[in-house]
Design a protein around this ligand. Sequence first.
Ligand SMILES: [Zn+2]
Length: 213
Amino acid sequence: MKTLTKEMQAAITPTMALNLLDEGNKRFINNLKINRNLLQQANETSDGQHPFAVILSCIDSRTSVELIFDQGLGDVFSIRIAGNIINEDILGSMEFACKVAGSKFIVVLGHSKCGAIKGACDHVEMGNLTTLLNKIQPAVGDETSETENRNSSNSEFVEKVAVINVKRTVNAIMELSPILREMIERGEIGIIGGIHDIATGEVVFFDDTLIIN
Ligand SMILES: [Zn+2]
């Protein structure tokens, strides 16, 4: 896998970008990761970076996107925050990644057994975390299929809220960033949501969140 150049990035379509991530995750779960010379990649990217995707994921120590998608230095922009929520700073980072730096694809990636989702399900309030968890509350409210034990002791409830949170985040990006929405409508970039199973390493993308024009 070669270090991405501007020309290589320009030749990647949104569909190809999604496939690159999907193939990388398949290598990861089959323990077939590419043997990269990261020091050489550090040198090759020292004068500029041309990542093909921007991925919003959780801070969880088990969910590093470069590892689970088997990517090297200079391949992806990684935005990480507890519960993979968005705010205007994160939207600004995505706009930089796509509009300025040429990335072709946006992924919103949640994961199983997410502590932030569990915290929101339990309505935890603690310092600055309260503000962050409040951004997940709409997903907790949208989950209506579980009627009993609507807290973190109910793992099915937690996983359902995590999925809803990802889908809400994809919709919010479309709604709150005219720059990204226009790029998606023009087919310049694509977007999808997905969930990463921390036990198996497998990422499942949600087809109903995919927008590639
Ligand atoms: Zn998490």
